[in-house]
Design a protein around this ligand. Sequence first.
Ligand code: SF4
Length: 295
Amino acid sequence: MVKIEKFDFTPILGWSITRYDMFTACKRQYYYQYYAKYDPEFKRAKIDTLKKLTSIPLEIGNIVHDTISVVLKRLLKSRSRIDPQRFDAFVEEMAGTNCRSKTFSEVYYNEMVSVGPADILSGINECLKAFLGSSRFEWIKDQATAGKHDWLIEPPGYGEARINGLKVYCKVDFLFVIDRKIIILDWKTGKRNKEKHKKQLFGYCTWSAHHLKASAADINAAIAYLRPSYEEVNLSPSVDDLKSFNARIRVETEEMNVFCSDVQENIPNDKASFPMIPQSAVCHYCNFKELCNRI
Ligand code: SF4
């Protein structure tokens, strides 16, 4: 059984790829996302509402991940054939629930009148069809179920780990151990971005190395693209890759810490130290554009 170490709460910031990406994209966006409670200008509730906005691509990704997780968890109990009608009904219901319960940025910012299941189901079904029809899924059913007690499917929590004493968050999609080898798969429903995805995967490998006391040689990691068709790209790191990744995390954490007046308590500098970027495509896709008058 894979055991995950638990950590006591500490306020110090934890590196994650999402956090550092936002930090490099726009300091103001980063401030709203991570330091809303310190904002002297806008109410916390307003910023929180914007933080929670979803989008069509994001929701396609969420539902595909959740469904694959359900399919894999079902395999832990049964290898019987999936009934296509019940499967479609399950996915449609999840799409309906999410569309009703969440606010889409496309609607909030008046690009669409509403978002319903019809707007997301074709993307979801394209990805799920690719996954269920893949040789990887057949292989998981036929071979990997033998070691199913060592599967980790979307583990709960935020994927906290430590790299040389630094707090990091790297949440793995699917990990299993077969013949003493750790196999990590990360499903992708969007565009390919090799450098970004490689960094993400190295984060998962580091997480596994920490929690499973493994070395790079024990890990096989791949990105599984689900659109337009299933394709895996193996990005397993070498020992040197993980070493330089770890050094990079230290540098990036220190860069973010410079924006804290109290690093241990993770208290930010004044809002003015987190400038807006010039109007760009980043603003177009930013949940907080209303606050910057970039609508
Ligand atoms: S709208 Fe643009 S400037 Fe404002 S927070 Fe978002 S990305 Fe930054």
